[in-house]
Design a protein around this ligand. Structure first.
Ligand code: NAP
Length: 277
């Protein structure tokens, strides 16, 4: 679906870069198909060197030349960027916002015209074709636009459609999620070090174990509790480890972390007086 399309990315930061790298690695688009913009000249030079795409500080040029336009600036920069590019956009373009908290209504109001808008919440593992993206469509997003957006994010991992009311939850779970899981991998690796395993071996053991467990959940489609039971031999050592996790309140801590991050995502919107919820 992406063949022959021109992609513009306004805000080639951590997330924009991960998405572009993923799309290039997958061969979905070539460097000549993608242009990007950033705020600072030094960033433009750095990103151009790293990704090989044309990067400028000219948002209007990037917006007007794109069939598909991804807005990947911080939520607090969205209002200004939308106002800046509004008059160069037309309804035959597709605008995809990946900004946390920013609703499709917020974007729509500032673009004024009947431009199809998709709100997407990807994550940085997209760089390795292992991303997870939540998607929802705005008022003028038709089936073809939803399919186009899905095809972009499926090039760099998996994608699911959710109701827009759930997007803050998706942000807190799968967009912030890699950070929580890195902490868990780091902690497991520290445990290995404590037990005398060299740090690099320990990190490898921890990361591959998390990858393997995730694949078991995805491929077997079994409830994680059932999979946990298959590892927990009666009177074995795993049950002792699990008891420590229960005593340390790992489950409730993770639940509270995601709920707190979702609250913060909602606050990001409330903190901007010009943003509609
Ligand atoms: N990071 C994640 O894991 C993740 C996941 C899902 C969604 N998101 C969303 O993605 C967006 C970007 O997050 P990030 O982590 O990638 O942030 P980031 O690394 O700070 O990137 C922001 C980018 O926007 C550029 N920028 C700032 N103002 C601009 C302007 N007026 N015009 C054009 N470009 C401008 C910055 O350029 P300079 O570098 O020159 O300052 C930078 O390249 C946020 O809205 C966030 O909610 C992030």
């Amino acid at each position: 679906m992406l063949k022959g399309k021109k992609l513009g990315v306004i805000g080639v930061g951590k997330l924009g870069e991960a998405l572009i790298s993923g799309l290039l690695k997958q061969g979905a688009l070539t460097t000549g198909d993608i242009t990007g913009s950033v705020a600072h000249a030094a960033s433009a030079e750095r990103v151009n060197k790293k990704l090989g795409i044309e990067v400028s500080q000219d948002n209007r040029k990037v917006a007007s030349g794109a069939d598909l336009l991804i807005l990947a600036v911080k939520p607090q920069n969205m209002h200004n960027v939308l106002v800046e590019i509004e008059d160069v956009l037309t309804p035959d373009q597709l605008v995809i916002s990946v900004a946390a908290s920013v609703t499709t209504t917020f974007v729509q109001k500032r673009l004024k015209k009947q431009i199809p808008i998709i709100r997407a919440m990807p994550n940085t593992p997209a760089v390795n074709n292992a991303g997870m993206t939540g998607l929802c469509g705005g008022l003028y997003a038709k089936d073809e636009h939803l399919k186009m957006a899905e095809s972009i994010f499926k090039c760099v991992g998996e994608a699911v459609f959710v109701d827009e009311s759930l997007m803050d939850g998706v942000t807190a779970l799968s967009a912030s999620g890699p950070a929580y899981l890195y902490v868990i991998i780091e902690s497991l690796a520290e445990a290995g070090v404590k037990l005398g395993i060299p740090r690099d071996t320990s990190t490898f053991l921890a990361a591959q174990t998390m990858y393997g467990a995730a694949r078991m959940v995805l491929e077997s489609k079994a409830h994680p509790a059932l999979l946990k039971d298959t590892v927990t031999t009666p009177a074995g050592c795993t049950i002792d480890g699990l008891m420590e996790l229960e005593e340390g309140k790992l489950r409730v801590t993770l639940i509270k972390a995601v709920v707190k991050a979702a609250e913060r995502a909602r606050e990001l919107v409330n903190n901007q007086d010009s943003v509609d919820s």
